[in-house]
Write a protein that binds this ligand. Sequence first.
Ligand code: HEM
Ligand code: HEM
Length: 185
Amino acid sequence: MRSSDSDLSLRVWDPFVRVFHWSLVACVILNFFVVEDGETLHQIVGYTASALVVARLVWGFVGSEHARFANFFPTPARLRTHLAAIRAGGHDFQPGHNPVGALMMLALMALVLALGLTGLLQTTDAFWGEEWLEEIHEALAASLIALAGIHAAAAIVMGRLERVNLIGAMITGVKRRTREQSGAR
Ligand code: HEM
Ligand code: HEM
C-alpha cells in the first residue's frame, strides 16, 4: 500500500509486529545480560518472551499483510529466487521480510521457545538440578545471542545495500524508498 505518492513509502510493519519485536529484544537482553541466574524475574521475563513468540505465531495467520507467514515463509523457491538475484549482483527489494531474513527470524523464535521449554523443565521435580539441562539452556541462550548479532548486522548491511532504513522501518512501520530507487514502478 502506498502511503504517499511522492516517495513511494510503504507501510509494512503493523504496531503489533513492532511492539513484539522490541519487547522480545528487551526480554532476551535482560535475561542474557542482566538477570541470568534463573531467579523469579528471569523466569517471568523468559516466559514473557515465549508468550510474545506464541502471540506472533498466531499473528502470522491473522495479522496484517506483511506480518503473515504466507507473505514471507521461506519456501525453497523463494530462497532460490532471492539468492539468484543477489548472486547476479542485483537487488531483490522485498516490501516485507526477504526469505533469508525470514529463515533467521524463524530460527530466533524457535530458540526463544526452546529456552522457555528448557527453562520450564529446570523448575520441575523431574529435572531439577540436572546439569545437562542447564548446559542445553546455556548453549541455546548463547546461540540465540550469536544469531541475534548476525541478524542485527545483516539488517544494517542489507539496509545500506538496498538504501532502505530497515531498522527505522521496524520502529516507524514505514519503509521509505525514493521513486528513483524503485525504478519508478
Ligand atoms: C529469552 C529466554 C531466556 C534466556 C535468553 C535465558 C538465558 C539464561 C542464561 C544466560 C542463564 C545462565 C546460565 C549460566 O551461566 O549458568 C540462564 C539460567 C537459567 N534459566 Fe534461563 N533464559 C531464558 C528463559 C528462561 C525461562 C523461561 C526459564 C523458566 C523457568 C529459565 C530458567 C532458568 C534457570 C532455572 C536458570 C539457572 C540454571 C543454572 O542454575 O545454571 N530461563 N538462563
Ligand atoms: C535478541 C535480539 C533479537 C531478536 C530475538 C530479534 C528477532 C526478530 C524477529 C523475530 C523478527 C521478525 C519480526 C516480525 O515479523 O515479527 C525481526 C525482524 C527485524 N529485526 Fe530483530 N531481533 C533482535 C534484535 C534486533 C536488533 C538489535 C536489531 C537492530 C539493530 C534488529 C532489527 C530487525 C529488523 C530491521 C527487522 C526487520 C527485517 C526486515 O526488514 O525484514 N533486531 N527480529
